[in-house]
Design a binder for this molecule. Sequence first.
Ligand code: IMP
Length: 177
Amino acid sequence: MLGETVITHDEIQRAVAVLAREIDADLEGREPVFICVLKGAVYFFTALTQRIRHPVVVDFIQASSYGATTESSGTVTLIKDVTVDIAGKDIYVVEDIVDTGLTLADVVALLQARHPRSVQVVALLSKPSRRKVQVRLDFVGFEIEDRFVVGFGLDFAERFRNLPEIREFVPDGEATP
Ligand code: IMP
């Protein structure tokens, strides 16, 4: 069931504006390709890239998701690859949330193998206490505690992505009385 609001829509928009300014300042002299990690990052990705003033190339990648549970399987498979040539380019991987870090570590390794000039990571949310592998996050909107959240792109079993805010989600049977 849906729980309390963790981050309001206004708070998200303000954080996105701050991140866009920081990233814009970083873009001077670069050839940026912004890669959205589908599906969860899509709302964050469109909000962020529209606020960036430098011209950027956008592309999309999709790795496997949790399915209908709130725990990572730890095995990441590529469902959709990027279509642009990223060799020599400055990559900004845009993620919704970094939890164990397993998905991101795999995505970054896959992209690094294609010899981009640089790879940086932009994440709307991070749950540092859940990390299983160390991944460098260059731009982060919010650090949150260990709770499962939905909304603004984040889902539980494909539901709740279109919520404008980020809310806690407690799977049935786990709710405290
Ligand atoms: P990781 O591989 O454990 O870091 O998980 C990354 C992916 O798991 C994210 O891109 C999300 O799709 C999903 N995920 C992790 N935590 C949450 C959450 O709290 N709500 C919804 N999806 C999550």
